[in-house]
Write a protein that binds this ligand. Structure first.
Ligand code: BG6
Length: 494
């Protein structure tokens, strides 16, 4: 469906996120007819920019990052006309009054009924004061709805997240706050729900009687790039673990909601987070969570620098660029089933993948065979390949009864004509529609932080107690030991 008439405010309009993701997402929505004609976008940032310069920025961003290319001409002009720029000192209320006037005239021009969506692509320290100034400047006085869309990181730990949430709640109600976790906008992450609840093949087996373990990998080949300043303070646990990783885990582990309504789904997800077995002592953290940092290494014939040599990183830094953990979900369905998770920078491949390893069949009938029976696997490929893959056992053709694992594969991203929407397209569209399903609710954020804080606290007692791995490898041996001590191993990613 088309979005309702809306003014989108992009705070941080000259920044990286706007350029790489937000302008391209708006353009794709427009090209696909998912954005109603009565929309307007006001780009807000500090630096002065003329309308022409701003529209030129947008054009460049689309040419570089969008799955549709813009062509100079009528269609482009029609799109670009919806964009205006406002240079604003976000701490100065005066500017917000001007912004209100600019907004009202756009609303009049397009017949927009006062619906305003504020996307803050800004440092989180600014969320509170911008919200307050929006209110003081009269930006929330219009008749329609008002929504706040914010990016992670949502706090640094539970305490700071709570503080931030309280600040936001002075101005916005929970149902007006859309916290982005862009992994929830990914096509295949959303598909987990359908795979599970739409298939008699899977859901009846989706429990501790049939599943031996679950492995979730979010690996990246990039290093910290230009984000050393932020990353060195955050680390992999906060950057990927608290949000994307735990969110994916909830999608795999949640109970079927009674309806596919946002609050029902989010209720089920938060129940998973509440069921995570907390690591009670530093020793438990040590035995179940591995952290590591990359050192210099080789990939593709090139030498990659170590993390400590990266720009804006403390040369004595002990920040983790990799972590892996064994997580237990203490509920009826999952009792006894380990979830192994891992994420890292400078790993050999870029992939997001979930492997569900089923319990093996009784092997008595095959005793005495040369080949052991391998367990069935269901592999959900999220990114960059999208699809699913099932590994089953079959007889090797031409042999009497030799068993051979074979793969049944569905590759969504290989299909011609399928051009999956980018996560941000889906999320911006949903926020304008008021559908909060794939945004994280406050209790999810808080519960996730409570779990993560225990790990971070234990680590901070011994900052130097960190493993290392050469850039371009799969992390330290300790990450494999986590599984091996339980009789499992990481399945190679594809
Ligand atoms: C972001 C992290 O949330 O996700 C980055 O801050 C990371 O460090 C990125 O690179 C990965 O996202 P994607 O969509 O490329 O897997």
């Amino acid at each position: 469906p088309k979005t309702p008439g809306t003014v989108f405010f992009l705070f941080g309009a000259t920044g990286d996120l706007a350029r790489r993701k937000l302008f391209p997402a708006l353009y794709s929505l427009y090209r696909e007819g998912k954005l109603s004609e009565d929309f307007a976008v006001i780009g807000v940032a500090r630096r002065p920019r003329t309308q022409d310069e701003f529209r030129d920025d947008i054009y460049q961003s689309i040419q570089e990052f969008c799955r549709y290319k813009a062509q100079e001409g009528e269609q482009w002009t029609a799109f670009a006309d919806h964009f205006e720029y406002k240079s604003l000192d976000i701490n100065n209320v005066e500017g917000y009054h001007e912004l209100r006037e600019q907004t009202e005239s756009l609303e009049e021009r397009y017949g927009i009924p006062g619906n305003r969506l504020f996307y803050l692509a800004l440092a989180p320290e600014l969320f509170g004061s911008v919200s307050l100034n929006l209110q003081k400047g009269g930006m929330l006085d219009s008749k329609g709805w008002h929504r706040l869309v914010i990016e992670k990181p949502f706090g640094y730990n539970l305490e700071s997240a709570q503080k931030l949430n309280e600040e936001l709640n002075q101005v916005f109600k929970e149902e007006e706050i859309f916290r982005i976790d862009h992994y929830l906008g990914k096509e295949m992450v959303q598909n987990i729900e359908v795979l599970r609840f739409g298939n008699a093949l899977f859901e009846p087996l989706w429990n501790n009687k049939h599943i031996a373990n679950v492995q979730i990998t979010l690996s990246e080949t990039v290093g910290v790039e230009e984000r050393g300043g932020y990353y060195d303070h955050a680390g992999a646990l906060r950057d990927m673990g608290q949000n994307h990783m735990l969110q994916m885990l909830t999608m795999i582990a949640m109970e079927p909601p009674s309806r596919l309504l946002p609050e029902d789904i989010r209720d089920e997800k938060v129940k998973v987070l509440r069921s995570l077995r907390p690591y009670a002592t530093s020793n438990e953290v040590k035995n179940n969570v591995v952290r590591a940092q990359y050192t210099q290494g080789q990939a593709g014939g090139k030498t990659l620098p170590g993390y400590r040599e990266e720009d804006k990183v403390d040369p004595a830094s002990n920040t983790e660029t990799f972590f892996s953990a064994k997580v237990m979900v203490d509920n009826f369905r999952w009792a006894g089933v380990p979830f192994y998770i891992r994420t890292g920078k400078r790993l050999p491949v870029k992939t997001t993948e979930v492997v569900v390893e089923f319990q093996n069949m009784p092997t008595n009938v095959y005793l005495g065979q040369r080949h052991t029976l391998e367990p069935n696997l269901l592999v959900i490929r999220v990114n960059p390949m999208e699809g699913i893959y099932i590994k089953i056992n079959a007889k090797k053709p031409g042999t009497e009864s030799q068993i051979e694992p074979l793969a049944m594969e569905f590759c969504q991203s290989c299909l011609i004509g399928i051009n999956s929407p980018e996560a941000y397209e889906r999320l911006i569209h949903d926020a304008a529609e008021g559908d909060s399903t794939y945004f994280t609710r406050w209790d999810e954020v808080a519960t996730a932080w409570a779990f993560i804080d225990k790990i971070a606290r234990a680590w901070s007692e011994n900052p130097g107690d960190i493993n290392h791995y050469p850039a371009g490898t799969w992390g330290p041996k300790e990450a494999s030991d986590l599984l091996e001590q339980d009789g499992f191993h990481w399945w190679p990613v594809n």
